[in-house]
Design a protein around this ligand. Structure first.
Ligand code: HEM
Length: 434
């Protein structure tokens, strides 16, 4: 079952591979989750061409010491020129962008996010009044893109005459149909066209943003600062990154949260009560804490981390702990397996948001939904605020419930961009409460 080839990294032998195929079929994420527990005492294993790491010390060393180096898997992606996967130009650009992010007070922008949630609520209300079931996946993607538009790009994407829907079409073709579902190839005509359209759209959006005059006393917009730091081409490429990384992730998390709330009615009720009690205060100060809602969000990102792994690459031979890793190895810090391992979490396979309300929760630094170290997610505070406001306001305004059209919760993986999506759009019945 275990073969320890060469440098002592275990990998499944023929019998185990056969059994894995028998039990899990094509579900690679589930196979890898199983192997994480199976090989836990070794701290890592090799599967196909990659090395999966989950020992806390090894994982943190890999995250902090090694480069990202995703150029290979991103070579046809619109993100190939961004700092996301790059090991070479990344440090300066990332530092410059992170510094603009820090100066942009996300908390102050909470009011903008609230107006985007109100907009989303309006759309839900209009459909529910017509007795239509609601496709939360579609609406969440529009909402998440509005937030990136307002909060990061300082643009009202609704005012951009039809460009929001075109952008969404491009994202759906590139990220869902090609990378996650594999319906189309990244060399095919549809993908190439969507890439060209995305390039044109982001170019024109950037031009508009740069031409927009500030009112006297108004601070320079984020995009203008980005343009000053890295010039037009890089500003556009990194805008693509924010549009993709900033909307896909939160947009996939919202339907998962709502699905779990419909599966746990008592939890739905508790989150709703917290939202009702705090709504007035939350609208005045979007940064107030909502402990139960935040514990729910933490548990969702533990059990279903939307970024299921963090990739790194070795450009020379390295020693991690006592293990020699050869040059040019792809390492995967396997968040999905770590977050769902009984070796790290008590009752790991159970969905228990209350664990995050208890004192002394122990996970040995292995709660890493946003990564860690110098390449930690640049948008984590924005994402957190956005999810908190969306969940609280939606639950205050609506009741969500399953209908026969609601699919089961199953995920497909975009291995290139390291994100998971529910495989089908989430459909719910929604009734208004106010
Ligand atoms: C639930 C929401 C989100 C999750 C779970 C998430 C998670 C992650 C993770 C795990 C990484 C990789 C860290 C690493 O390699 O060590 C990452 C990187 C990144 N994220 Fe997020 N993210 C989310 C939302 C956002 C948002 C809203 C933005 C907004 C712009 C964003 C922008 C980025 C960028 C630019 C990077 C690349 C950082 C780098 O390579 O240095 N993310 N994110």
């Amino acid at each position: 079952l275990v073969s320890l080839k060469g440098n002592g990294i275990p990998e499944p032998g023929v019998v185990l591979k056969f059994l894995l195929n028998l039990v899990f079929g094509d579900e690679k994420l589930q196979k890898l989750e199983y192997l994480t527990d199976f090989y836990y005492k070794y701290g890592l294993f090799r599967y196909e061409t990659k090395i999966y790491i989950f020992d806390p010390k090894l994982a943190h060393t890999a995250i902090n010491k090694l480069e990202k180096g995703a150029e290979d898997y991103l070579k046809n992606s619109p993100l190939k020129e961004t700092f996301l996967g790059s090991s070479h130009k990344s440090p300066e650009v990332r530092r410059a962008i992170a510094s603009i992010f820090r100066k942009t007070s996300i908390e102050e922008r909470g009011k903008l996010i609230i107006s985007d949630v109100d907009n989303l609520s309006e759309k839900i209300l209009r459909k529910s009044e017509k007795q239509e079931n609601i496709n939360i996946t579609e609406l969440s993607l529009q909402f998440a893109m509005d937030v990136v538009g307002h909060v990061l790009l300082d643009l009202n994407l609704f005012a951009l005459e039809g460009r929001q829907m075109k952008l969404l079409d491009c994202l759906t073709t590139i990220l869902h149909r090609c990378y996650a579902l594999g319906e189309i190839s990244d060399q095919g005509q549809e993908f190439i066209q969507a890439n060209k359209d995305f390039e044109k759209l982001t170019t024109s959006i950037l031009e508009d943003a740069l031409n927009k005059e500030e009112r006297p006393g108004e601070e320079k917009t984020f995009v203008k600062k980005l343009h000053e730091v890295c010039g037009f081409a890089q500003a556009r490429d990194n805008m693509k990154l924010f549009l993709m990384a900033g909307s896909e992730t939160t947009a996939s998390t919202i339907p998962v949260i709502l699905f779990l709330l419909t599966a746990y009615p008592e939890l739905h009720h508790q989150i709703q009560s917290e939202a009702d009690q705090n709504m007035e205060q939350l609208c005045k100060d979007p940064t107030i804490s909502l402990p139960k809602t935040e514990a729910l969000m933490k548990e969702v990102l533990r059990t279903y981390p939307i970024a299921p792994f963090i990739s790194r690459r070795t450009f020379y031979n390295v020693t991690l702990g006592s293990v020699e890793i050869p040059a040019n190895s792809d390492l995967i810090v396997f968040t999905w397996g770590i977050h769902r391992s009984e070796n790290v979490w008590e009752k790991a396979k159970q969905f228990l948001p209350s664990r995050f309300l208890e004192d002394g929760l122990s996970h040995g630094g292995m709660y890493i939904p946003f990564g860690a170290g110098s390449r930690i997610c640049i948008g984590q505070h924005l994402a957190w605020l956005e999810l908190k406001l969306a969940v609280a306001i939606l639950l205050h305004k609506f009741n969500f419930s399953k209908v026969p059209e609601t699919p089961d919760l199953r995920f497909v993986v975009d291995w290139a961009h390291a994100v998971v999506h529910p495989d089908k759009d989430m459909i719910f019945k929604v009734t208004s409460r106010i």
